[in-house]
Design a protein around this ligand. Sequence first.
Ligand code: ATP
Ligand code: FE
Length: 353
Amino acid sequence: VVMLGIETSCDDTAAAVADLLSRYGGVAPKMAEEAHSLVIDQVVRQALDNANLTENDLSAVAVTIGPVGVQKARRIAGQFSLPIVGVHHMEAHALVARLIEKNLQFPFLALLISGGHNLLILAHELGHYLQLGTTIDDAIGEAYDKTARWLGLDMRKGGGPALEELAMEGDPNSINFSVGQFLGTCLFSQIPMKQHKDCNFSYAGLKTQVRLAMESRKISPGSDPISLTNSEGRRSRADIAASFQRVAVLHLEERCQRAIEWALKIEPSIKYLVVSGGVASNKYVRARLNHVVENNNLQLVCPPPSLCTDNGVMIAWTGIEHFLSGRFDPPPPDNEPEDAMVKNTLHPDWWST
Ligand code: ATP
Ligand code: FE
């Protein structure tokens, strides 16, 4: 099975080719939403070239929701008579772990942490996912990005990576941030959600605390290259970054521990926790969660950073999984009208709560 995966659901335009032997070639330039259509043809061509294949070698085309990607996918599928697989973006973040860890069988637990989502799910089997927790306000990636911007970091490499780097210079215990206070529990304890029984997340309060900590240190939000090179200014920013990261990740550790305890009661055969999505590239996140997982005699599967952040490979891989289980749409007609394309492509929402 050779699958072309096309991803245009967020701000990346990505395409990749994957087969069952995990060979792939893909590209993913960072693009603004409206720029997808300018680069989609080139991105798909490059993915095929990188894999040394042509459209004639494909078994099917997988695509996430998003008008530009869907149109491109259906045009290729129509022209070459290929089936179409509609792929759920977050499912792809989770399932790509099965491409890199062949022993990873269902059921398993997954923590998906990215720019727009904070999800804890129990993956019973392909297409059947139980949502154990989600964010009630912001996702952790968004909190990283906001904090990085406020601290005036270089956003070109991404807010998350920039903050992770600065945090290494700071003292993680210098500021007593807390997290999850909007989950309805005591405002003043260090990890207030302890008393809360679900596996939901909240990061809005932590963002506010970062702003207050900046104010009390006379750091104005936004780019301020002088303070970043001045050693005292840099030090206090690094302390904020390190303290933010400690607490933001503590929230993940706490929730994962609870999810593991709960999930093992209904599915004692669970052996793995998958951690994926852009924030899973973070080394501190990986190390701390590895600790939690090992304490519970489970194993952590964390895809390499290039497969954690948005990419075409995860779409192609998830397409393969569904294609092999028989879930795909027949090839569209070659001359399908553009406005029918999006409507005709099924992107099921499989999460149950
Ligand atoms: P979603 O998957 O929720 O729709 P998205 O597709 O935009 O969102 P991803 O590409 O999966 O998000 O992840 C991007 C997010 O990951 C950004 O918020 C980014 O700051 C964060 N991120 C990337 N690398 C790191 C890192 N090393 N540390 C912390 N955060 C990181
Ligand atoms: Fe994503």
